[in-house]
Write a protein that binds this ligand. Sequence first.
Ligand code: XMP
Length: 530
Amino acid sequence: LVLILDFGSQYTHLITRRIRQLSVLSLCVSGTSPLKSIADLNPAVVILSGGPHSVHADGAPSFPEGFLDFVRDRGVFVLGICYGMQLLVQKLGGAVGIGERQEYGKMEIRVSKGDGEGGIFREDMVGEDKGQVVWMSHGDEVVTLPEGFEVVARSVQGGVAAIEDRRRRVYGLQYHPEVTHSTQGMETLRHFLFDVCGVAADWKMQDVLEEEIKVINRMVAPDEHVICALSGGVDSTVAATLVHKAIGDRLHCVFVDNGLLRYKERERVMATFQSDLHLPVTCVDASDRFISKLKGVKDPEDKRKIIGKEFIYIFDDFALELEKKLGKRPTFLVQGTLYPDVIESCPPPGSGRTHSHTIKSHHNVGGLPKDMKLKLIEPLKLLFKDEVRKLGGILNVPESFLKRHPFPGPGLAVRVLGDVTEGNALDILRQVDEIFVQSIKDAGLYDKIWQAFAVFLPVQSVGVQGDQRTHSHVVVLRAITSEDGMTADWYYFDHKFLVEVVGKICNNVRGVNRVCQDITSKPPATVEWE
Ligand code: XMP
């Protein structure tokens, strides 16, 4: 196991993912975790992440007391990245200068010493003529090395870029090897893990699947039943398919049509559940219940909360019905929780964040009632989204389904600004969204985009159609690229594509006379408009 200690870098999850891409299991915990919880995980390698702090700042986070003795006694390899390296230098008796040489962005470094007996760089990376581009992002810099260390790479500006003490098995990189701008970053991690630390590449999705099935079969007794809410998204679908493979029809799924779904969505996802995946699923049409509760509600958070609550009532009813039918209560609940939802990350000081900061209430993350007394099965809780897609492939979930763009739990309610029940907003939005997304598919762009959708604005603008003055609705098109939804860039369409889409929308959707495109990244915007 490779354990990442998180000190708040925006790239920490990326380190975890890069290592998994090398078929090595890696987990991430807060950098300030107690020593016991680190030791219990029995890591072969510990990587200290970067972070936004200075090691000199009050309250700068650090690994727990006794950590350095622990790694020495157990022969654990340690790699510090950026802040992680500076922390190691400071704690081992070296010195870090405050903001003396700041390096941000792409930078060239030169490696002066290769692997020999366990160096972090391969021999063929060494040399004045073999400069490599890396991604730097630091204010402070190492000025004095702790005893036993040597500098093995410098930036062209002369800053310390990499250090090592092979005897002590402690290494440091001032730059971020996990970021793709670091041209040899992945190669360096590969060399470090396999050649230096002797880690085995033995973490495979097929093994994860088999292991999970065993775990579920151990957890759920032969006479116990399990329930699962399917959202139509990748996570709950893969989770349910996996549990179904383990326990068969003792799994009972429910899919709720809340009246906030996209064009023909209910028909489309139900067909996949039933014909392709053979999942035992009940479809509940609760659109009237949701829509009537949302009448007149304009505040985004109120809308989210109403939807979350209503969903719980419906889920409760489903469980009760099932109890009557089976003669006993279901005892487990499947949730498609992913690893990013459970990682406890180390927040930057002064950010006001504790371990996770609520910007919007995401009702499908841990929002089910405590008094349901159901035990949880979370078969995906150690996986990232791309890994869930891989697992779904092994489980024969159709490719088209696995590649679907994410869709928020509150559905179109967060894409109709204000009161969703006003006029025929939902209907207009469904048509516009369908045209936009279908055009993206036809142009072969769907897989290049993280999410594409339309938004309905509660305003009208003046237009002219067929010599007539119109006073109709404004819709917005939003398409973004992203790694994980946490940050995002807007997607750049060519003009011809946009002209055609706007033409199709205005010619086919009654009540729309103006189409805008949202070209805001996240931050400062969020992905959804509410
Ligand atoms: P935001 O709008 O927070 O969205 O930048 C980030 C990602 O999360 C999705 N999203 C949600 N997903 N329930 C969900 O399951 C929600 O309430 C919710 N709100 C936003 C959003 O579509 C994007 O992928």
